[in-house]
Design a protein around this ligand. Structure first.
Ligand code: NAD
Length: 329
């Protein structure tokens, strides 16, 4: 389903991030007026939005600041809330920052949406909230298991968003993407980590645990899912997974990328510094995407092999963004 977004005012938080900037591109293609909420940084805050400076309204701020968020939401039809701290290793070091940004930040966004009576708030969750799958594929009713402070903070954020539906009838949908990958993703994620090392000519690809499986969705598919769910009345007050329904182990993914690179003799090694504490490692994530398919007509369109090829080309074109081999928390 392709909806006309022409002349609607849409706020995207985390707009300069990996998924947020891709969503901004799609919204602009569909004609929306985009207000981009980016994290204020004294040395520049454009991130992945540098190419959009002339056709979005940029608001630099911090989701922890309720007043700034209130102003940003005023006059918006739809709010896509993606701003968050997302790295799992950094959440071991600084859990309080995750509570403030992810839980309090979401409360600020939901409250502003209520005050300004927006048509729809789309809040972004993550498959990390499920923890290691107890049953597969993982449906939205799977238990929530906070295996990292990041996961715990996103569970808190999801509940805060949903509480505004139950208590105040705020039209909220919680979108729960499984691992998303593609151009613009930061170096800490597993696919850029592997590709950056490969492109730098490493003979050994250093990774954390090789056995966990993940369900990877290409970023433009994830962004289309956000738009489809923003229009889906069945998804009001509900959580909806976005995933492909296909899983691959990290070690197998690395071997696939090495093979595609055509380089011989490259080995994959476990770097102890990259291992998560054993109780924190999420061993298996595989989505049931039935709700997104049936309720919103969403289908992932980019096969893993094609998405990896596009991501590899993008990383090859942006070597300066990746300090190959150095572990980035
Ligand atoms: N990448 C994935 O695989 C994945 C999977 C599931 C869910 N998600 C969720 O998708 C959303 C976007 O993630 P991403 O992968 O694009 O990560 P990202 O780090 O590229 O984007 C997050 C954005 O939030 C902004 N931000 C952080 N703290 C802020 C603050 N205090 N105030 C304002 N902005 C702040 C950052 O500047 C960044 O632009 C997050 O909510 C994340 O939890 C991501």
């Amino acid at each position: 389903m392709t909806t006309d977004w022409t002349d609607r005012t849409v706020l995207v938080t985390g707009a300069e991030g990996f998924i947020g900037s891709t969503l901004v591109d799609l919204l602009r293609e569909r004609g929306a007026r985009v207000r981009a909420f980016v994290h204020y940084k004294p040395y520049g805050d454009k991130g992945n939005l540098a190419h959009r400076m002339d056709d979005v309204e940029l608001i630099a701020g911090d989701v922890r600041d309720p007043g700034r968020v209130m102003d940003a939401v005023a006059g918006c039809d739809t709010v896509f809330h993606l701003a968050a701290l997302i790295g799992i290793p950094y959440s071991y070091d600084s859990p309080g920052a995750y509570v403030q940004t992810n839980v309090t930040g979401t409360e600020n966004v939901a409250e502003a949406c209520r005050r300004h009576a927006v048509r729809r708030l789309v809040h972004t969750s993550t498959s990390e909230v499920y923890g290691t799958a107890r049953t597969v594929p993982i449906g939205e009713d799977h238990p929530l298991q906070p295996q990292s402070p990041y996961s715990a903070s996103k569970i808190g954020a999801d509940m805060m968003a949903l509480s505004h539906w139950h208590a105040f009838e705020l039209p909220v949908t919680v979108v729960r993407p499984f691992n998303t990958y593609g151009p613009r993703q930061s170096a800490r994620a597993v696919i850029p980590t592997i590709l950056a090392q490969l492109h730098a000519g490493a003979r050994q690809i250093k990774l954390g645990s090789l056995t966990p499986t993940r369900d990877f969705t290409y970023v433009t598919d994830t962004a289309r899912g956000f738009l489809a769910l923003a229009e889906c009345d069945r998804a009001l007050g509900e959580v909806v997974n976005l995933g492909t329904g296909r899983e691959i182990a990290v070690g197998e993914l690395a071997r696939k990328l090495i093979e595609a690179s055509g380089r011989d003799g490259v080995e994959v090694v476990v770097d102890p510094a990259r291992l998560r504490p054993s109780g924190s490692e999420v061993e298996r994530l595989l989505s049931d995407n039935g709700r997104a398919r049936e309720w919103a007509g969403w289908r992932p369109e980019v096969p893993l092999e094609e998405g990896l090829k596009r991501t590899s080309e993008w990383i090859a074109d942006h070597p300066h963004l990746f300090a190959a081999g150095r572990y980035q928390v």
